[in-house]
Write a protein that binds this ligand. Structure first.
Ligand code: AMP
Length: 539
């Protein structure tokens, strides 16, 4: 067979050729835009030509700090389309982490949404590699700014060449994108996606038994474009010619509900916190959501009650999926097999609340204390993954050796597997808390608390939260004699300057002792039980 490289640029070229009339509907700060794939193609080509003029070369990293909109989509194709690397940056991280990420990736150009500009103004003197900043705005005038050189996205496009060619001399194993994920300790870790991985992952999103994305879909990615490429949906949707609805900056549940009704959205994707918010909105307003054929939910465990509310009350099919930054991200999706349709209603819901079975193309192995576990739904072990869209290292990072071992990615997720091969995540080995789809490192908060003079030791654990899935609670042991003098407020005030607000623990509980293992490690599982008992002393 022919050796034809699988390239990201070819996905948009396909849409230009065959779906040039289909649309991308995009909300920006100022207005709603509608562009056909024909127009998106030309705009992307213009962007590639001006990036070329700006000196961007094969392999250079292009950073984005942006919400979900058409300009962000254009960079999704322009960067890899010219052999450069799309680096999406999580705007919710602390300024220190954002500085680290941009310098570590050695971004040459940064594309910034106008409301994120103040953050970059605050940090830009620490950025060591960025040569140009581009603000994505609808306004004719550039905002007043201390950042130099600052360009207007639309102005760059206006001088670009609409016929500029997608690069063809690219190796499919070359980097196309990158994304950083939080670590238990230390700075975030970078994952690099190859062209090949993104294209194969896009195929996987099109399979009928996964997300079944197709031309007839109207897709609204709510998961941010800076979270594993909005789970890869913009790549697949463009390739397959789906209509895309980008909900833009600082969207609300109301906007999501209105867009679903107005644009007849068929498929949408996001974390449970988003769907809890939408559910509330659907209960308050009167929206027609009958167009929806699939809500994809991942990033954190989807609560059973959420699945039931969507399906039973609102007749909206709800699919639980699992993945990670290191996995591009789709790994499993929960769908019933044909013969499982015979199960009772409750059994079906219980099955679908699990994370599901492996998508074709990947391999898994679950390893417990005594080697590979039995698939009996009881034994637990860590999930290991292998496959063409699973990373095999962190970018320039010695921590790779801890997670990528003998050809397997160690996910840090502890699972059971039943006879059907359905996985259920029961715990995680990484000491991280996931709040509203974003990571909080318990270790970082512990270390910060332990820097307090009055603190003997501290441990931070996750407690279940209805809205955010998990929230941090700090468990603190004070030095003898200080018990009366230090309060929850003192500890929180001490932490405040060091973390984003949403990282601060919801509560500080004082203990006489933190439970420890024989080797002196905090026994977090036991501590979580103790915290639970404090909140409900009756059990
Ligand atoms: P991230 O790299 O931020 O996408 O986070 C990936 C991690 O989120 C996984 O390793 C899991 O710990 C967690 N995660 C993702 N999807 C699910 C899910 N459906 N259920 C439970 N945890 C999940």
């Amino acid at each position: 067979m022919m050796q034809v490289p699988l390239l990201v640029g070819s996905l948009l070229e396909h849409a230009e050729q065959f779906f040039s009339k289909k649309e991308v509907i995009s909300q920006t700060h100022d207005k709603l835009h509608r562009f056909t794939y024909g127009e998106i193609g030309q705009r992307t080509r213009r962007l590639m030509s001006t990036l070329n003029e700006l000196g961007i070369k094969n392999g250079d990293r292009i950073g984005t700090l942006a919400w979900n909109h058409h300009r962000h989509l254009e960079i999704y194709f322009a960067a890899p389309g010219m052999g450069a690397v799309l680096h999406t940056i999580n705007i919710r991280l602390s300024p220190e982490d954002i500085i680290y990420i941009i310098n570590h990736a050695e971004d040459k150009v940064l594309f910034i949404d106008e409301d994120i500009l103040p953050l970059i103004e605050h940090i830009h003197t620490h950025l060591t590699t960025v040569e140009a900043f581009v603000v994505m705005t609808d306004k004719a005038e550039l905002p007043d700014s201390t950042i130099q050189p600052l360009y207007s996205y639309e102005e760059l496009l206006s001088i670009g060449d609409p016929n500029y060619e997608f690069a063809k001399d690219i190796d499919e194993n070359q980097p196309a994108g990158m994304c950083y994920t939080s670590a238990t300790t230390g700075k975030p870790k970078g994952v690099v996606y190859s062209h090949r991985a993104i294209v194969l992952h896009s195929y996987a999103l099109g399979l009928v038994d996964t997300a079944a994305i197709s031309e007839s879909d109207v897709s609204m990615p709510v998961v941010p474009q800076f979270h594993v490429n909005a789970w890869g949906t913009p790549f697949a949707c463009t390739w397959f010619g789906s209509t895309q609805v980008m909900p833009g900056p600082r969207f609300t549940p109301k906007r999501l509900a209105e867009f679903i009704e107005r644009f007849k959205v068929t498929i949408t994707a996001g974390v449970p916190t988003i769907w809890l918010g939408l559910l509330k909105e659907l209960e308050q307003g009167n929206y027609d959501t009958s167009s929806l054929r699939a809500v994809l939910c991942g990033g954190s465990a989807a609560p059973l009650g959420l699945i039931k509310a969507f399906e039973e009350k609102h007749k909206i099919p709800f699919y639980h999926a699992y993945g990670a930054t290191e996995t591009t991200p789709l790994v499993t999706i929960s769908r019933l097999k044909s013969y499982q349709q015979n199960l009772s209603k409750e059994e079906k819901f219980a099955e679908r609340a699990r994370q599901g079975i492996l998508v074709p193309g990947l391999q898994m192995k679950v390893v417990g204390n005594n080697g590979e576990i039995e698939w009996n739904g009881k034994e637990m072990g860590e999930l290991l993954l292998k496959g063409p869209w699973i990373a095999d290292e962190y970018y320039n990072d010695a921590r790779s050796d801890d997670a990528f071992i003998e050809g397997w990615f160690h996910t840090g997720d502890v699972v059971t597997v039943d006879e059907e091969g359905t996985i259920k995540i029961v715990d995680r080995t990484k000491d991280l808390i996931k709040s509203g789809g974003e990571w909080i490192s318990s270790v970082e908060i512990e270390n910060a608390i332990m820097a307090h003079d009055a603190v003997f030791e501290a441990s931070v654990v996750a407690i279940p939260d209805e809205k955010w899935q998990e929230r941090p609670v700090a468990c603190v042991v004070l030095h003898e004699g200080l018990e009366e003098k230090v309060t929850k407020e003192n500890i929180l005030a001490f932490l405040t300057p060091h973390f984003p607000k949403w990282w601060l623990p919801d509560d500080v509980l004082f203990f006489e002792e933190i439970p420890k293992s024989s080797v002196g490690k905090f026994l977090k599982r036991e501590l979580r039980e103790q915290v639970k008992a404090r909140y409900s002393p009756q059990g």
